[in-house]
Design a protein around this ligand. Structure first.
Ligand code: SAH
Length: 228
């Protein structure tokens, strides 16, 4: 299994590569300067095995072990931008994975809660985020259930491809809050999802918009008795 970086240096070269990547993200249409600024401050290479550091600033997804990936930088930027939230907002992430998206959310000034379904990733990423100084509440659990104890959330970000919109997540959105979720769509192609934004207008009303096609690893079904 891949491990997070052991060498936690952040050199001028890394910073330069990061600035180049930000330029590409801008060219691809990321317009929220707060998102770009947060991504400039988070060393993506720390979330990857040392052996792959030179890939960290290419706009690519990457394997992080347990068959999972760290999302494309563009995907992280776009999902964060779609949340449209100000510092201090409370955000729930589904799929902690490497912790990179979580770190970007923390760097945005959000109060972050993040759930991971795979114990091995949870065990590895939770202490790693702490060691890097990113304060987030991490849980081993089932993202389909959300985290009722800390609801409502101003934003919920799902970082795996979901077969449908989990009812519990809608119920845990604050009024005005947004759920950003990549939804499986046969029309988008096998293994592809349509980025979907669901906003809670009031207790009963939700609006939906879509934002193009992406590719995520699948949102795993809950196994009884295992998830929190
Ligand atoms: N946000 C991560 C992306 C990791 S890939 C990052 O920046 O690295 C998606 C993650 O979702 C994987 O770690 C996978 O194990 C997790 N996942 C899949 N199904 C899940 C579920 N039902 N509940 C919570 N996490 C889930």
């Amino acid at each position: 299994m891949s491990t997070p970086a052991a060498n936690l240096s952040d050199t001028y070269r890394h910073k330069g590569l990061r600035r180049e990547l930000l330029g590409k993200l801008r060219d691809m249409g990321i317009a929220d300067e707060r998102v770009l600024e947060a991504m400039e401050r988070v060393p993506r290479h720390h979330f990857m095995d040392d052996a792959f550091v030179h890939f960290a600033y290419e706009n690519k997804a990457f394997r992080i072990g347990a068959g999972q990936t760290i999302s494309h930088p563009y995907t992280v930027a776009r999902q964060t931008e779609l949340l449209g939230l100000a510092p201090g907002a409370k955000v729930l992430e589904i799929g902690t994975g490497s912790g990179y998206q979580c770190a970007v959310l923390v760097a945005m000034g959000f109060k972050v809660h993040s759930i991971e379904r795979q114990k091995s990733l949870y065990d590895k990423t939770t202490p790693f985020l702490k060691r890097l100084g990113y304060r987030a509440h991490c849980y081993y659990g089932d993202g389909y259930k959300g985290k009722q104890a800390f609801a409502p959330f101003d934003g919920i970000l799902v970082t795996c491809g979901a077969p449908f919109i989990p009812e519990a997540l809608l119920g845990q959105l604050a009024e005005g809050g947004k759920l950003i979720i990549p939804l499986d769509d046969p029309a988008a192609g096998e293994g592809k999802q349509v980025m979907t934004e669901v906003q809670r207008v009031d207790a009963e009303t939700f609006t939906k918009r879509t934002h193009g096609t992406f590719a995520f690893v699948p949102m795993l079904a809950a196994r009884s008795g295992q998830a929190i």
